[in-house]
Design a protein around this ligand. Structure first.
Ligand code: NI
Length: 172
């Protein structure tokens, strides 16, 4: 396994749209192991998306089971070709990102979603998610579409906040 380099703003590659995975093979699973090791390295993130390490395929990992304040969650999830098929409600919430190490921001997201995806072997997955976990998935799927949370803040003047320190074990 290997820890991969994370692309950070303003790297233009972060705007690239990722392609669907078509081969559920050992190379994909080896990449996912590296992506997970990278997520856990340094300031352990709630989620990470493949394009953040320059792999432009539709793969994300989330794990909302270790947040400081417990939230409803499905634990550690590898989501290949994830698609949100239903949205409900919306609320603002604070987000951070490994690719935007110096800022957090307030972003409006759906509060409940229905999600379909594949697992690393190509088997279908389906979830109803809410709150923080639903937010994390929406944030990671944005990466697959070349979007960062800073692209979604209503006002860069009032909704972006400079980080003092990227705390270990915190953030998303
Ligand atoms: Ni991110």
């Amino acid at each position: 396994m290997a820890i991969l380099d994370i692309l950070t703003l303003p790297d233009p590659a972060l705007k690239q749209v990722s392609e669907a995975v078509t081969e559920f093979d050992d190379a994909l699973r080896a990449f996912i192991a590296d992506l997970e090791e990278t997520r856990r390295n340094g300031p352990a993130a709630v989620g990470i998306a493949a394009p953040q390490v320059g792999y432009f395929k539709r793969v994300v990992i989330i794990d909302c089971s270790t947040t400081r304040k417990p939230v409803p969650n499905h634990g550690y999830l590898v989501l290949v070709n994830p698609e949100i098929t239903h949205w409900e409600g919306y609320e603002p919430g604070r987000e951070g990102c490994l690719s935007v190490p110096d800022y957090t921001g307030n972003v409006i997201r759906a509060t409940r979603i229905h999600l379909v995806a594949r697992d690393p072997n190509g088997e279908p997955l389906e979830f109803d998610m809410e709150g923080y976990e639903a937010r994390a998935v929406q944030h990671e799927i944005d990466h697959l579409d070349g979007l960062l949370f800073v692209d979604r803040v209503v006002s860069r003047r009032t909704d972006l906040f400079k980080r003092k320190v990227y705390q270990k074990g915190g953030g998303s």
